[in-house]
Design a binder for this molecule. Structure first.
Ligand SMILES: [Zn+2]
Ligand SMILES: [Zn+2]
Length: 367
């Protein structure tokens, strides 16, 4: 069949074009996409900063309706609403079995290279050039073929746009707090960076019962979003010294610092700012290619912990349905996280707005 999709033909070359999409194989599902989240990881991939090389169909956050299923599919059926999990773990490798399906051993050769879990593609251009599927998802397309492990069903009272962002930004931010740090109620927390992941981490801190919850960013607009999401204090890193201010607000430094920027500036800052026996969690993919000098003394003499969090350390099959239920129970403010909606044709504008920091989270909506 044919579908309109956002295609990265070469590094930094994004076009919307009609492409060919093959039918799902035995373990796969054809989804009519209704919403796709716009995420920084898409940009990193478009710029060639991660492992994926073009050409590929972009997008990894999405939600839609199952149109057709392959012969071996048991998890979903046509008509089901599904959100896209871009971590389609095999569930059988030693890493999955040890409770870390976000680190499944299959991803290196498949998902991170832009293949479906069986190592192949269902996408090609009209002139026959094979296209990869970004993160086994390729959701910025009217239709997508995904593995059944990527299809997480959700109830009809959850809007597609909300379901779409649960699969990535929300899971990464909340997961960093709940799964990676296991933050305790009553502890103090700071979140550096107030994009989609940072705002979700703030909500995760609220869910965990942290207080105070301090948001740090360089844009006042984003700090206002942070306040709406539950931050009790806001700090503009352009105006004050972040380390001193975080210490002043918590007497000795926060119990937890969540760094969703992950730069050579913020990681050492986070480590310095964390209080005695404090925990620093580095989340988000910005840090993928940098080396950061850290003070080993800060770790040893103050008993600090420096943790990495990949996709919020989530176990997708358990945690994504759980995040959906928390939203339904009114425990998550996900509607407010989405501040702008775009048709597929305006995908380039959606990325520009994200970079300019004028949206909390943008989503593409499909008819
Ligand atoms: Zn595995
Ligand atoms: Zn994402």
């Amino acid at each position: 069949m044919q579908t309109n999709a956002a295609v990265v033909r070469d590094v930094n070359q994004l076009t919307v074009e009609t492409v060919e999409l093959d039918a799902p194989k035995a373990n796969e599902v054809l989804v009519r996409v209704r919403a796709a989240g716009v995420c920084h990881s898409d940009l990193h991939n478009m710029r060639g900063e991660l492992r994926l090389t073009p050409p590929f169909v972009i997008g990894h956050e999405g939600a839609g309706i199952v149109e057709a299923v392959g012969s071996s599919v048991t998890r979903v059926k046509p008509g089901d609403r599904v959100l896209v999990n871009w971590l389609p773990a095999d569930g059988t490798c030693p890493t999955c079995l040890s409770g870390h399906p976000n680190l499944c051993e299959r991803f290196a050769k498949t998902t991170f290279q832009g293949w479906l879990p069986d190592g192949t593609s269902r996408l090609k251009t009209l002139d026959g050039v094979q296209l990869k599927h970004l993160l086994s998802a390729a959701t910025m397309s009217e239709y997508a073929v995904i593995d059944q492990a990527s299809a997480i069903p959700f109830p009809a009272d959850v809007p597609f746009e909300v379901a779409a962002i649960i699969g990535c930004a929300v899971a990464t931010g909340v997961g960093a707090v709940i799964n990676t740090a296991r933050a305790q109620a009553g502890s103090s927390a700071a979140v550096i960076g107030c994009g989609g992941v940072g705002l979700s981490a703030i909500q995760g801190c609220k869910l965990a019962g942290c207080h105070p919850i301090i948001a740090v960013d360089v844009l006042d607009r984003k700090l206002e979003f942070a306040r709406q999401m539950g931050a009790t204090e806001i700090v503009n890193a352009k105006q004050v010294d972040v380390v001193k201010t975080l210490r002043a607000l918590t007497r000795v430094g926060p119990d937890y610092v969540f760094d969703t920027v992950g730069s050579a500036t913020t990681i050492p800052q986070a480590l310095q700012a964390a209080g005695p026996a404090g925990t620093v969690v580095v989340a988000g993919l910005h840090a993928a290619k940098i080396d950061v000098p850290i003070s080993a003394g800060a770790l040893i003499f103050a008993d600090k912990r420096l943790l990495g969090s990949f996709a919020g350390s989530i176990r997708p099959q358990i945690d994504l349905p759980r995040l959906v239920e928390l939203y339904r129970a009114g425990r998550r403010q996900l509607d407010a996280l989405i501040t702008k909606r775009y048709p597929l044709a305006e995908v380039a504008q959606a990325f520009a707005d994200m970079e300019a920091g004028v949206v909390a989270r943008g989503v593409l909506l499909f008819e």
